[in-house]
Design a protein around this ligand. Sequence first.
Ligand code: NAP
Length: 241
Amino acid sequence: MRILLLGGIGEAVQLARGLTPDHAVIYSLAGKGRRPELPDPVRIGGFGGSAGLAAFLREQAIERLIDATHPYAAQMSRNAAQAACLTGVPLWAYRRPPWRPESGDDWRFAADWPGLIAAVQAFQRPFFTIGLEPLRQVKAIPPTQYWLVRCLETKVPSSPQLTVLGATGPFALEAELALLREWRIDALVAKNSGGDAVAAKLAAARQLQIPVILLERPALPAADREFTTVDAMLAAFRESI
Ligand code: NAP
């Protein structure tokens, strides 16, 4: 089967590896992070919205579209659903389960950036792990706060109230504990990404009794079939051969 796999997370790479012996897989990346070690064809860069994606599906005679993007990559998931509708190509989606609070966790939830900022007001040294948005908001840092931001960006705004750590996961628990202690972090700000690669920060916050402010997940469109594990999707492909 000719498959277009929209990736960008570890499970998408596992899916590509699991499908490759039996299927012709094009692995697609936005191009913001590092390229995984996968055999070609790996396609890098956007398609030009849902219409561009639909055109690509037709040109390449794709028979199955897989959305295995990050749970917060909502635009791409919407484009995938629309392109599937325009072309009639079946859409299968990997939807990574969210993290759930454990005993002893102090988790607070915010729907958007203003909600996050309101929730962070009570703290002095928040640690942001939600991507680039904090870098766009540097001018809004209150005089009482110092921000530590971990993200992929290399162009970092200068501010005496901000430090940016350029890093990508996975991160180990010991390192996360050391980081929270070293920077005297009093609140962790995160997306509810789910998965293992960046979950250690939550365990570290729990251990140090640091509150966690979570940006709620965006709503995602329905797919023809949805899976919450890589194995389940691979098994469904085997059954459909
Ligand atoms: P997004 O806001 O949903 O997508 C923005 C645009 O980037 C899309 O409209 C599309 O451009 C392009 N794009 C996104 N994913 C693509 C893919 N797999 N292949 C080709 N083009 C893609 O996405 P995002 O939040 O910026 O995330 C970008 C990528 O990073 C995704 O692949 C996602 O899986 C990965 N990622 C995201 C996060 C996160 O927190 N958002 C975390 C880890 C990894 P066109 O409209 O031009 O097609």
